[in-house]
Design a protein around this ligand. Sequence first.
Ligand SMILES: Cc1cc2nc3c(=O)[nH]c(=O)nc-3n(C[C@H](O)[C@H](O)[C@H](O)COP(=O)(O)OP(=O)(O)OC[C@H]3O[C@@H](n4cnc5c(N)ncnc54)[C@H](O)[C@@H]3O)c2cc1C
Length: 383
Amino acid sequence: MPKLPVWIAGAGLSGAVIARELAEAGYSVDVFELRDHVAGNCHTARDPKTNVLVHVYGPHIFHTADYEVWDYIRRFGTFRPYRHQVWSTVSGRVYPLPVTLATINQFYNSAMRPDEARAFIISQAEQIEAPVSFEEQALSMIGKDLYEAFFQGYTEKQWGRSPRELPASILKRLPLRFTYGGSYFSHPIQAMPETGYTPIVEAMLDHPDIKLHLATELDPREVPPDTHLFWSGPLDAYFGYRSGRLGYRTLDFEHSIEKGDFQGCPVMNFGDRDVPFTRISEHKHFMPWESHQDTIITREYSRECGPEDMPYYPIRLVAEKQLLVDYVQQAETTKGVTFVGRLGTYRYLDMDVCIREALDAATAFLTAQTSGERLSPFLVSPL
Ligand SMILES: Cc1cc2nc3c(=O)[nH]c(=O)nc-3n(C[C@H](O)[C@H](O)[C@H](O)COP(=O)(O)OP(=O)(O)OC[C@H]3O[C@@H](n4cnc5c(N)ncnc54)[C@H](O)[C@@H]3O)c2cc1C
């Protein structure tokens, strides 16, 4: 039986993994990317003046517990071990994040041991049964002082909303540790690609049966009949925004070149409300094996995403979820398309999860082709 042609919207990790898997299975694949480069949001590029590798759309650290994904991505490039560190400047003082024993002792000017600190934090935490909002969750985990210093202002700037309006689930991801030091992430595998993410995605797409069309926005109406489409662009864009726009936060990046070492760590958060940016990334610290005289830093500002802006973080509050239900229902009645990735499923996804879901989407497609069963438009429900 002749193989169905496959078109893919987006040359980020999701699109590239699916393209590679299907090309290796003998399919002819066309990948369309509206930007003039591959790798989507994890794109990295050398700055011509300093030769520092810049994480163009914000800092990206590879971390996972999925060993299959780890084996898969290393087929396309070399990774180096990397331990991420984040610090936070609050009221003119600098503290380590996430909140650890070091943060607690420095903040309270104390020398508590782990059990003493644990008991102290329990005494500070507010008794809130079943916290609903971000604020309630934080108050019930760490109490008012640490919440106000490290989370309240930062979260307001990041989401443009009071933490009282945000769901508790956002904070469930932030750990509290009663030990010193350690990495920002707790996954067993934490690494950085030796020459950046973009060469890795380029290597994935380097296959005789993959045709890449850069700087080409795919309009779903242009997809020929009897072609399967994988859509890693925004879910609402596929439907021409006919029910309205799903809410996103966008980011503005302000890059500057400085001398020497600007801040001594890869990422510095700023918890104070009167500092307009949320964090500063210093790119050369993402590659500690390289040495550079000058340095590039990026201030990151978060704001509501307009129609002309790049969507970054899905907001997923009550209004957005209602609209999402509407689009998911429309997708369920659409044939010949699979929605994938962070934009196609309107979820925040780390890179390892994107790769896992893309591998699973490719397998599901191949299985449906041989069994003749209908392929669901979503491998994982966005709801
Ligand atoms: C600021 C920030 C920091 C992050 N940090 C980390 C981190 O440290 N670790 C981690 O694991 N993950 C991180 N992530 C998540 C990571 O960026 C995603 O997991 C990953 O990039 C998603 O890949 P994707 O292919 O699904 O989407 P994307 O990378 O967004 O790729 C989708 C591509 O589709 C293109 N496109 C859209 N519409 C069309 C169209 N109609 N036609 C053609 N092309 C189209 C877009 O231009 C884009 O290039 C971070 C995300 C952000 C926003």
